[in-house]
Design a protein around this ligand. Sequence first.
Ligand code: NAD
Length: 490
Amino acid sequence: MAQSKALLVLENFIGGKFIPCSSYIDSYNPSTGDVYCKVPDSGKEEVEAAVKAAKDAFPVWSSKSPLERSQILNKLADLIEYDLEAFAQAESKDQGKTITFARTVDIPRAAYNFRFFASSILHHVTESTEMATMGCVHYTSRAPVGVAGLISPWNLPLYLLTWKIAPAIACGNTVVAKPSEMTSVTAWMMCKLLEKAGKSWVPHGVVNIVFGTGAKAGEALVCHPDVPLISFTGSTLTAQRITEKSAPHCKRLSLELGGKNPAIIFDDADLSQCIPTTLRSSFANQGEICLCTSRIFVQRAIYSEFLKRFVAEAKKWKTGNPSDPTVDVGALISKEHLEKVRNYVKKAQAEGARVLCGEGVDALDLPPGNQKGYFMLPTVIAEVKDESCCMQEEIFGPVTCVVAFDTEEEVIKRANGVKYGLAATVWSSNVGRVHRVAHRLQSGLVWTNCWLVRDLNLPFGGMKASGIGREGAKDSYEFFTEVKTITIKH
Ligand code: NAD
């Protein structure tokens, strides 16, 4: 670890070695507004070195048995779990999220990603058919693709990075990963663990991490001719650019993008379950989760009651210093993002919507050390028109809109009336209705009477502008391997 006086200085991790960069980007602590870390500003040269290291490591790594790779992934899970508290503290400081969220969601899941793919890689079966009349048997074989380029966002930094690294290396690929320039610290800490685990556990060059911006380091990776596949999680706008840039190379792409997720609450919903869960689905991680609810449709008979109870509970969410374990809402990622989110609230007001709590309505009371941090109260807006930008665009902050509906048919149409299709929740005690509605929603994931309950075995991903491809045990295996059909005539 290179460290100047007070600042943490990160280095790229290439071929098993930490390598300083010639220039650096400032990284801020969102809860204080101070620069506290320097992140390498990598470009073509660094990406070139990382891809070479990954290419060199590929023959040995790809020829290891699934069991050998599985043992290594389990070892990585052990190492992260052992240092869970240090990782949680770092993630909270770097991203602005609460220490409680980092301790209970981000870091446990990062470790579990390795553990999950360590197990699932042992259980895949390939296909086989017999064509007796031709005297032939056909079967499929799957092989790793090569060097995987992995690009991740800032909202769930280590959680989403390991969700890509784990399946990629479990399948026998080697990787060059680029985390978000705004949240690079826990990825760098993971490289420290790889170094500590030693070459016999994770051979040099299997995991390479290049830090830097999307425009320089990200694009260099996307355009590199020796990187045949890119797994990207981030915004729809960036995905369009990646698609264009990678097109001349015919790369395989997995794109996990934004959402504008509806919650549909029928008048027979159990509000004692629905209200606390919908508060979490709206405001968890400051609303900075692609799966967060931002459009709440409530059937008219219970609209007033729901709104009253929902707003009263939202006001109880405590916003403040993320390292305080009693705090529910931490800081947003950056000053610019905070401004963007606040602007959505202003636009809604200008259009005649009512802000019932939060931004501009309630006082934000911050501790002295956090006055310059990027904080915002959970904000509930009512009477927003469906065509308003607040109901159409991804806000990605602690802002949710509540509107009334009358019929099932109407609400399905309105819920589907956006360009995104990532996640939806449906609340009703009528089993027939939840199935019916779930089938008709244009959404890669539908949760009924719950939110964010995930079985990693099953496909994860979005429809429409929310993405291309799916991730999960079988889906990630298929994405990170190349399939071949072999025919044997006897
Ligand atoms: P972003 O698209 O700005 O950046 C994501 C990553 O892409 C970063 O590492 C960034 O440096 C890199 N990047 C930017 N421009 C690039 C380029 N031209 N070429 C290559 N890489 C480039 O997204 P963000 O602001 O970091 O993250 C928030 C977005 O991510 C939201 O839209 C959110 O919904 C989405 N998201 C989706 C999922 C999902 O699973 N569907 C999960 C989390 C976040």
